[in-house]
Design a protein around this ligand. Structure first.
Ligand code: ATP
Ligand code: MN
Length: 465
C-alpha cells in the first residue's frame, strides 16, 4: 500500500470532480458484491454517508483469495484511481489497484446478506443492525438532532446542567423507578420490624435511577437563569407501546422568569429548529427513509416547520372530543387523562397540526405545576404531535411556597425540603418542559417504533447487548 491519506466516502461523493483522475484511499465494509469472472463490483460503505462507493476489481489483478475476502460484511482497505463510472447508479467509481483485507465475514454466518430484512428481525440482531442502510440513516439523524439540541440552547445562552442519574428522591412522580442497591438480594439486612434496612445500603438510604432531572434542573435555573439537561432517564413502567422505552434520553430546559407563554414559544421554536436542522443536514438520510418507509415524511416535516402550532386549553379540547361524535375506546369527560387516541384525534383529524394543550385539571398533573386562579386547573402544556401523540410535557412551576407546600402535604410527599428551598429563598416565576429525545427522532425519521431509533433499546423483558 502506498501512503495516501484516507478520505471518508462522504467527502469523495460530495466533490467527485475534485477527486476524479486521482488516487484515493478508502476503508469500509462491503455491502454487496456482484460481477462476473472478469470484473467484480463492490459497494463499499464506511458509515460517513448512506451512499456506497463503487469499487471495481479487475480480476486479472486480484486472486481468488482476494475475491473470497471481499464478500458482504468484510472490512477492507482499497486504493485506486477515481474515474467516471460507465454504469448506471453512480457517477464515479474506484478502479482498485491495491487491496488490504482487515476482516473477512463468512457468508454462511453473516446475518445481513440480503436487503430488506424486517425491522422485527433486525431488532433481534440489534448488535449488527447499525450496519444496515436504515439504521445508518436513523443513527446519523439521531446524531444531528443531538447536536442541534446543544447548538440551539448554547446559541440562546442556556447552560448545559448535569443532573444526577442516581437519586434518593422518589417523588419525581413521572413513573415507576428502578432501584439501585448493592445489598445482597438473597439475604438483605433487616430492621427490627422486618423491613429491608436501607441504612446499610451503599448510599445509606434507598436509591433509584432518575425518571426526570427536572427538580434538580430547577435548582440550576434559580441560580444560572436558563439551563437545560440532556441525559438518560429510566422508567420501570410496563408500557409495551411503540412510544415507550425503559431507558430513554430526555431534554429538560428550565427557565427562571419564564411564564407559560414564554415556555410555549420556546418549545415551539426549539422543535422547529431541530427539525429544520435535520432537514438541512440529513437530506440524503431523510430521502432514503422517505423512499423506503414513509412517502409523506418530508412534507410532514416541512409542514411542521412552516406552520404555527395550535394552542388550546384542555377544557376546549375535551369539548371538541365530546362533540366529535367519534367512538373512542376510552371515554372522554372533563378530568380524564387523555389517551393517545384522543390526542391523535385532535392533532391528526381535527386540527391537522401540532397542538399545545394547556391548563389541565390539577388532579392529573404533577404537584409542582402552577395553580390557575380557578383553583381547578394548572399551567401545564403538553405538545401533541401527529403520529407521536405527546412529544413534550411541561408547565409553569408553582413559585408560591405556601401553595406548593399545600400540594406537597395533600399528596403526602416527604423529603422535599431541598426542593422547597428554591421557593423559600428568592423564589421566582419559572417554567420548563421535558422533550423525549427518541420521540423527536421517531418523528423526524418517520419510523413507527421507538425501539428502532435508539441503538440499544431497553424495554420489558429486553436488555440484551
Ligand atoms: P406518556 O403519557 O406518553 O407516557 P408522560 O406524561 O409520562 O408521557 P412526561 O413525564 O411528561 O411524560 O415526560 C416528558 C416527555 O418524555 C414526554 O413528553 C415524552 O416525550 C417522553 N417520555 C415519557 N415517557 C417516555 C418513555 N417511557 N419512553 C420514551 N419517551 C418518554
Ligand atoms: Mn408516562
Amino acid at each position: 500500500m502506498k501512503t495516501i491519506k484516507t478520505t471518508p466516502i462522504a467527502a469523495v461523493l460530495r466533490e467527485p470532480d475534485k477527486f476524479t483522475g486521482r488516487e484515493v484511499d478508502v476503508k469500509g465494509w462491503v455491502r454487496t458484491r456482484r460481477g462476473n469472472k472478469n470484473v467484480q463490483f463492490v459497494a463499499l460503505n464506511d458509515g460517513s454517508t448512506i451512499k456506497n462507493l463503487q469499487i471495481v476489481f479487475d480480476l486479472t489483478r486480484f486472486s481468488d483469495d482476494d475475491l473470497k475476502a471481499i464478500a458482504t460484511g468484510a472490512s477492507i482497505h482499497v486504493q485506486g484511481e477515481l474515474v467516471a463510472s460507465q454504469g448506471k447508479g453512480q457517477s464515479v467509481e474506484v478502479q482498485a489497484s491495491e487491496l488490504e483485507v482487515y476482516g473477512t465475514a463468512d457468508p454462511e454466518k453473516y446475518p445481513l446478506q440480503k436487503k430488506g430484512h424486517s425491522l422485527e428481525f433486525l431488532r433481534e440482531i440489534a448488535h449488527l443492525r447499525p450496519r444496515t442502510n436504515t439504521f445508518g440513516a436513523v443513527l446519523r439523524i439521531r446524531h444531528a438532532l443531538a447536536f442541534a439540541v446543544h447548538k440551539f440552547f448554547n446559541d440562546k445562552g442556556f447552560y448545559y446542567f448535569h443532573t444526577p442519574l442516581i437519586t434518593a428522591s422518589d417523588c419525581e412522580g413521572a413513573g415507576a423507578m428502578f432501584q439501585v442497591t448493592t445489598l445482597d438480594m438473597e439475604n438483605p439486612p433487616r430492621t427490627e420490624d422486618g423491613k429491608v434496612d436501607y441504612s446499610q445500603d451503599f448510599f445509606g438510604r434507598h436509591a433509584s435511577l432518575t425518571v426526570s432531572g427536572q427538580l434538580e434542573g430547577e435548582l440550576g435555573a434559580t441560580a444560572l437563569g436558563c439551563i437545560y439537561t440532556f441525559g438518560p432517564t429510566f422508567r420501570a413502567e410496563n408500557s409495551n407501546t411503540p412510544r415507550h422505552l425503559s431507558e430513554f434520553w430526555m431534554i429538560e430546559p428550565e427557565m427562571a422568569f419564564y411564564e407559560i407563554e414564554d415556555n410555549m414559544d420556546l418549545a415551539e421554536e426549539f422543535i422547529k429548529y431541530c427539525i429544520g436542522y435535520a432537514l438541512e443536514h440529513c437530506s440524503d438520510d431523510i430521502d432514503f427513509l422517505a423512499e423506503h418507509f414513509d412517502k409523506d415524511l418530508k412534507e410532514r416535516l416541512d409542514f411542521v416547520v412552516r406552520n404555527d402550532f395550535v394552542r388550546l386549553p384542555y377544557s376546549e379540547g375535551i369539548k371538541i372530543l365530546e362533540e366529535s361524535g367519534k367512538k373512542f375506546e376510552f371515554p372522554v369527560y372533563w378530568g380524564v387523562d387523555l389517551a393517545s387516541e384522543h390526542e391523535r384525534f385532535l392533532v391528526e383529524e381535527h386540527f391537522r397540526k401540532p397542538v399545545i394543550l394547556t391548563d389541565y385539571p390539577k388532579e392529573i398533573k404533577a404537584f409542582y405545576m402552577k395553580l390557575n386562579d380557578d383553583g381547578k386547573t394548572v399551567r401545564a402544556m403538553d405538545v401533541l404531535f401527529p403520529k407521536i401523540g405527546e412529544i413534550i410535557g411541561g408547565s409553569q412551576r408553582e413559585e408560591s411556597l405556601e401553595k406548593l407546600q399545600q400540594r406537597v402535604d395533600e399528596l403526602g410527599l416527604s423529603g422535599m425540603e431541598w426542593y422547597l428551598d428554591t421557593r423559600r429563598f428568592g423564589s421566582v416565576p419559572h417554567s420548563g418542559f421535558g422533550l423525549g429525545f427518541e420521540r423527536l427522532v421517531l418523528f423526524v425519521t418517520g419510523m413507527q417504533n421507538i425501539r428502532d431509533v435508539i441503538p440499544f433499546p431497553r424495554y420489558p423483558n429486553n436488555c440484551e447487548y
